[in-house]
Design a protein around this ligand. Structure first.
Ligand code: MG
Length: 244
């Protein structure tokens, strides 16, 4: 049995090898569809991105606390800062699979410890938290430090604060898929680069982010990007997204 299987495999590989020799280089080259052109510049959103925050206004956002009210977070010198107690904010638009870029900075005045120091978060589809935290000399549970998928998966490495204090997250996100009965067909997946370093690599989402208890598998469609008000003066800038 084994011998006959090997013989079939050998014959198949010989026929593939001989077929390969019949190819010309141009047989495996194609010219359409042509990829759209995207203009790029350093520190600027790609030309085909939806800019969520360019330093001037929160037109793309609403408050999570007050329904569709205008967020009360502070904009100063092109930087958006949490206004503690006013609640999180979320995008008006909802997304499925995307590439997200967001920059964040811990509060100038270091206070608190553990989860109480410079805590915020980027909620993917409003449900899955990519943690924002002032990690430097600040011990906490590893699946709650910056770069973690909160309470699910710690970052592969701990990326320290750059000299100017501004962190960058680049997120590649594939939404979970559910059938019409609400059953999970495919888990959501997320890859995160923190200051250019991979900290989440095709991480499978276990379910919604829960502070207490296990993640919950909740069927959903497209969702917003939300930013957390955890009571700390965390700042953001240069936020853009590209649907994939
Ligand atoms: Mg948080």
């Amino acid at each position: 049995m084994l011998k006959s299987t090997l013989t079939v495999a050998l014959l198949a590989s010989i026929s593939i090898a001989s077929a390969q020799t019949d190819f010309k280089p141009e047989d495996t080259e194609f010219y359409e569809p042509i990829p759209p052109v995207v203009q790029t510049a350093q520190h600027a959103a790609p030309s085909d991105a939806l800019v969520l925050f360019d330093g001037t206004n929160l037109n793309q956002w609403v408050s999570e606390k007050e329904g569709n009210a205008q967020p009360e977070w502070t904009i100063s010198d092109g930087v958006l800062t949490v206004k503690p107690g006013t609640g999180g904010i979320r995008t008006k638009e909802e997304f499925e699979d995307f590439q997200l870029h967001i920059e964040w900075k811990s509060p100038e005045v270091i206070k608190g410890e553990g989860q109480g120091r410079g805590n915020s978060g980027v909620f993917l589809q409003g449900k899955y938290e990519l943690q924002v935290l002032d990690n430097d000399d600040n011990k906490t549970y590893v699946n709650g430090q910056a770069g973690s998928i909160y309470k699910q998966n710690p970052p592969l490495v701990e990326v320290r604060k750059p000299e100017d204090g501004w962190h960058r997250y680049d997120v590649l996100y594939t939404a979970p898929r559910f059938n019409s009965d609400g059953h999970l067909i495919k888990r959501g997946q997320v890859t995160v680069l923190h200051n250019g370093v991979v900290v989440q690599y095709n991480t499978e989402l276990q379910g919604t982010t829960e502070y207490i208890g296990l993640p919950k598998m909740v069927a959903h469609g497209p969702g917003p990007i939300s930013l957390q008000d955890h009571g700390d003066l965390v700042s953001f800038r240069n936020i853009w997204i590209r649907k994939l």
